[in-house]
Design a protein around this ligand. Structure first.
Ligand code: BMA
Length: 375
């Protein structure tokens, strides 16, 4: 072979090597090809066996109880805990002792640790107040994002908000001192118009910059490396193609889990077909990128449809491809003062929810612990 041809072949092969190595970064592999993130290892172990079921605020409050040790509406109805616990940090950036949902951050810390010790996964959402004018997250017309980006009038002040979030995460330690790994899902539902980081209040570029800045700051300045924190990108249901789904996408380096929140489609007759169609796009993208996929939020408010769990949600989760590919899902919180998304004992939908969750391929905690044994 001629020397210049040899050089070309060498350059070509090196490029392939570089491209492959970049791909690995997305799934958190170290140089030996091993997963460095404990949650990523678990999601790899359970993939193909079923979908992990989660509940927001699962052990913090429910119908007719609040902070009762060991209580959970999911457990009351199904006999077992969810396998994924969601928690909300809104208000922490204001220096408050309690979240915007009146849950003390000390309780969230305690319950996160408990969930971890039980073998569950913890995931965090954050509905922050604006550092500019103190309004809550549901101000879809307020132009805030561009002012908190680098160079903006409130950038430095906003970094203090990120400090509060990062410090909270850093303090999450197990009994033996191990850092508790978690999923962080910031700036979700950006394709909707209800949040100040949403489609009406910032451009996709500004949004992407906000997302990247948030994750880089937590990683680089707060030490929350990819070994500890997985990041979920989680638009709502407003997309009809993979390209549209990626409108707000900050880039592979900043994301580990591709998600979708979707309450809306499941309100309608046949809506499960739209959810299935959209989730399949998310799954395809996740597989192309070597990432995980999730239905990061769903639910029927006050469970007014008594067969919602088996007929709507279940139709999605039991779709053969989705059941094999989707890592997890979560229904929203049970707050008797506001709304609830999981039935309580005696509720007309209780048996229906229990029926769905009794399926071996939708994981409550015990099944999840079994499934992850091959980790
Ligand atoms: C929303 C509602 C609100 C809550 C917020 C953050 O969907 O449940 O009441 O404040 O989530 O948890």
């Amino acid at each position: 072979m001629r020397k210049d041809l040899l050089i070309r072949v060498f350059v070509f092969l090196s490029l392939i090597g570089i491209i492959t190595a970049c791909g690995n970064e997305n799934v958190q592999n170290n140089s030996n090809g091993e997963q460095v993130n404990p949650i990523a290892r678990i999601l790899n172990a359970t993939k193909g066996k079923g979908v992990i079921f989660g509940h927001q605020d699962a052990t913090a409050l429910g119908i007719n109880w609040m902070f009762v040790e060991g209580a959970s509406d999911v457990k009351k109805v199904t006999g077992d805990y969810p396998a994924l616990f969601g928690w909300e940090l809104g208000g922490i950036e204001m220096g408050w002792k309690k979240s915007l949902d009146s849950i003390p951050f000390d309780s969230i810390r305690y319950l996160t640790k408990q969930a971890y010790e039980m073998g569950a996964i913890n995931t965090f959402s954050w509905h922050p107040y604006s550092v500019i004018n103190g309004v809550n997250s549901w101000h879809g017309d307020s132009v805030i994002v561009k002012h908190i980006l680098p160079g903006g009038s409130h950038h430095e002040a906003f970094l203090k908000h990120l400090d509060a979030v990062g410090d909270f995460f850093k303090e999450l330690k197990a009994k033996d001192g191990t850092d508790i790994p978690f999923i962080f899902r910031p700036w979700h539902e950006m394709d909707g118009s209800w949040f100040w980081w949403g489609a009406k209040a910032c451009t996709p570029n500004e949004f992407q910059e906000l997302f990247r800045m948030t994750i880089s700051y937590l990683r680089d300045k707060k030490g929350l490396s990819q070994e500890r924190m997985l990041v979920a990108y989680s638009p709502d249901r407003n997309f009809g193609s993979k390209q549209q789904y990626l409108t707000w996408y900050p880039g592979d380096e900043y994301v580990d889990i591709l998600g979708m929140d979707n309450y809306w489609d499941l309100k309608f007759e046949g809506g499960q077909d739209s959810v299935i169609r959209k989730l399949k796009m998310v799954i395809e993208l996740a597989n192309e990128k070597g990432m995980f996929s999730a239905l990061t939020e769903s639910g029927c408010e006050d469970v007014t449809d008594t067969v919602w769990f088996t007929q709507k949600f279940g139709a999605v989760l039991c779709d053969s491809l989705i059941n094999k590919e989707l890592s997890y899902t979560q229904v929203w919180r049970n707050d008797p003062k506001v709304h609830y998304y999981f039935p309580y004992p005696g509720h007309p939908a209780a048996n229906d929810a229990a029926e769905l969750l009794s399926k071996p391929n939708i994981f409550l905690l015990k099944e999840f612990i079994e499934a992850k044994k091959s980790e």
